[in-house]
Design a binder for this molecule. Structure first.
Ligand code: DGJ
Length: 342
């Protein structure tokens, strides 16, 4: 009798333990996502690095009150700059907080990383030649006129990152941005430029720290933002948003045979509920899941413009079914049960 009751008790506890450890495999879009310590994941406008069998998610660590500056003539809501946060995961679902890997610089009001400035869309890539982890981010002056890229380096994916400074790549404005490393090890920065009207692709030097001077202007006058780039079967793809501040609009997919272009917009890949508003979210990155055939996760931010810290995430598998590229809405999905052919 005693033995049976202990066994029953153990059975009752089993699902609770299962939720508490790293066994969760389900993505629920738009909910608060918790890290392995039970705190909300704070990594907005982010990107992923896959290195030595682990995923690292870097993003804007938005903490505290959202404000609209007194001078604002548009909805430039922001929080004080806190820094770039990093989370690690073995499986793209269970995330452990690794800390603020590039912190704000509180004691120097003229520094790019002072809390009064703006720091957005950090992306980290690994340079196999130098052995360095290189971060690119959009840095802004408090009045949003700087439109520059800030670069930082580290010897470890979990930092600390050393800030090297900022500049306008190829003397052009640089706002929403991402960095993409091609199979041959060459890296490129994609950035909304010319007052967000034209998207620049800037080839980077071998150490990934500066532009080489070679660049192309894409989607001229078309106001594409939030570029998220991936490569599949030798072709290049880019998801981007329109330009409506923090408010959602419809996404576009673009394709190219060569990374520097020409790029061709081929239509909105989103399907299902609220597809015309990108599921009330905005693209930030696309990450392949290693060991899973054709599984590419499109990452979006569901901004809460008046409470930015409380913005949420929408992650969706890209579908390559029957040769057609779509991003169907799914409220929940399991990483174990899905592939790009779903
Ligand atoms: C849209 C951009 O994609 C965001 O990263 C942010 O810069 C907002 N605009 C600010 O309004």
């Amino acid at each position: 009798m005693r033995t049976i009751s202990v066994f029953t008790l153990l059975l009752l506890w089993l699902p609770i333990f299962a939720q508490g450890n790293t066994s969760a495999k389900t993505v629920t879009n738009g909910e608060v996502w918790l890290d392995t310590s039970g705190n909300p994941i704070n990594a907005h406008g982010g990107g992923i690095l896959y290195h030595d069998g682990k995923y690292y998610w870097y993003g804007e660590y938005k903490k505290g009150k959202t404000i609209l500056p007194e001078w604002a003539t548009w909805e430039c809501y922001r929080t004080d700059v806190t820094g770039v946060g990093c989370y690690s995961s073995p499986d793209m679902v269970n995330w452990t907080f690794e800390g603020i890997v590039l912190p704000a610089v509180k004691d120097n009001p003229s520094h790019d990383l002072h809390p009064s400035k703006v720091l957005e869309r950090p992306k980290v890539v690994y340079n196999a030649k130098t052995g360095k982890f290189v971060m690119w981010a959009h840095v802004e002056s408090a009045d949003y006129s700087k439109a520059a890229a800030g670069v930082a380096v580290s010897d470890s994916p979990t930092g600390p990152f050393e800030y090297l400074g900022s500049f306008r790549p190829n003397d052009a404005m640089s706002r929403d941005q991402t960095v993409f490393v091609d199979d041959d090890g060459k890296a490129y920065q994609f950035a909304s430029s010319e007052n967000n009207q034209t998207l620049y692709i800037n080839e980077l030097t071998d150490d990934y720290l500066r532009p080489t001077g070679r660049f192309t202007r894409n989607f001229i006058g078309m106001s594409r933002e939030a570029p998220a780039v991936f490569k599949k079967d030798g072709k290049y793809y880019m998801i981007s948003s329109g330009c409506t501040g923090w408010d959602p609009n419809n996404a576009e997919l673009a394709m190219a045979d060569s990374i520097m272009g020409p790029w061709k917009l081929v239509g909105d890949p989103c399907t299902g509920k609220d597809a015309d508003k990108t599921f009330y979210a905005q693209s930030t990155y696309v990450q392949p899941v290693y060991g899973k055939k054709d599984l590419f996760i499109a990452m979006f931010d569901r901004w809460n413009k008046t409470d930015l810290e409380n913005s949420r995430y929408v992650w969706l598998p890209i579908s390559f079914k029957d040769g057609k590229i779509t991003i169907p809405w799914r409220e929940t999905w399991s990483i174990d049960e899905i592939s790009g052919q779903n």
